[in-house]
Design a protein around this ligand. Structure first.
Ligand code: BTN
Length: 235
């Protein structure tokens, strides 16, 4: 393991871990001003959202941020996904990046990055981020995936973390309305008909925006509904 600082974030890099999120969740009690990043060069048990596995071979970025914030998860999701997109844009401004609500980063309808936000009993955030820098799973049936390298975007893990943390530090101080506006500029299928897979049901309708709570607004025949959790399906 080696440790260094990126700004005021202490960065611990391990050759291999089960899951950087599990490691951060079980890390010793921390203080209110904690800013730690854990990375692993590969993971044996990388976890995705909804109980899925996260493909974690050597060559990609597997990182978990451990920190406190009074902001609710519904805002943090947008801050993190926007910061990730802006980090990639800073290396390749012409690249057509989008965010598939709530927090999948995609290029040309292929997922290249996923986020798993969890909370510890002491209320600290554990924000897990997986970025396909060089490799993508070939066998996913649920969604198409790609790596940044597939689009000739070559970024090292360290460069990526630097760029991401710079954006994150800026975005976390911004007004939530500004974050949502920036998010909507890059939102996958905005103004189009979508399917949202929520806890137990699927919703269909036109994606018309995000409200002040971070809920997705879906226009159906008779009404507009707001959805708190779930994910837009690829279509
Ligand atoms: C998703 O399903 O889209 C979320 C994927 C999150 C993967 C990252 S990799 C680093 C961190 N450790 C994990 O076990 N999961 C997250």
């Amino acid at each position: 393991m080696c440790s260094k600082y990126i700004g005021n974030w202490q960065w611990f890099d391990y050759p291999v871990l089960g899951s950087t999120n599990d490691f951060a969740l079980n890390y010793t009690p921390v203080f209110p001003n904690t800013h730690i990043i854990f990375t692993a060069q590969s993971q044996l048990n990388g976890r995705g959202r909804r109980g899925r596995q996260w493909f974690s071979p050597l060559g990609n970025l597997y990182m978990s941020q451990l920190f406190f914030s009074p902001l609710p998860v519904n805002q943090m999701v947008y801050i993190i996904s926007l910061s990730l997109v802006q980090a990639i844009e800073s290396f390749n401004p012409k690249c057509h990046l989008q965010i598939k609500w709530p927090n999948d980063i995609i290029i040309n309808d292929c997922k290249i990055c996923g986020i798993l936000i969890e909370k510890r009993p002491d209320n600290a955030y554990v924000a897990g981020i997986g970025v396909n820098l060089t490799q993508a799973p070939q066998d996913t049936t649920s969604y198409p995936a790609a790596s940044l390298q597939d689009f000739d975007i070559i970024i090292s893990r360290q460069e990526f973390i630097h760029a991401y943390i710079t954006m994150f530090e800026q975005n976390i101080t911004k007004d939530f309305k500004e974050i949502i506006n920036e998010f909507l500029h890059r939102a996958y299928r905005l103004h189009q008909n979508i399917t949202v897979n929520s806890a137990k049901e699927k919703f269909f309708g036109q994606f018309i925006g995000i409200d002040e709570n971070g809920f997705l607004l879906l226009k159906q025949e008779q009404e507009i509904i707001s959805i708190n959790t779930g994910e837009i399906l690829f279509s």
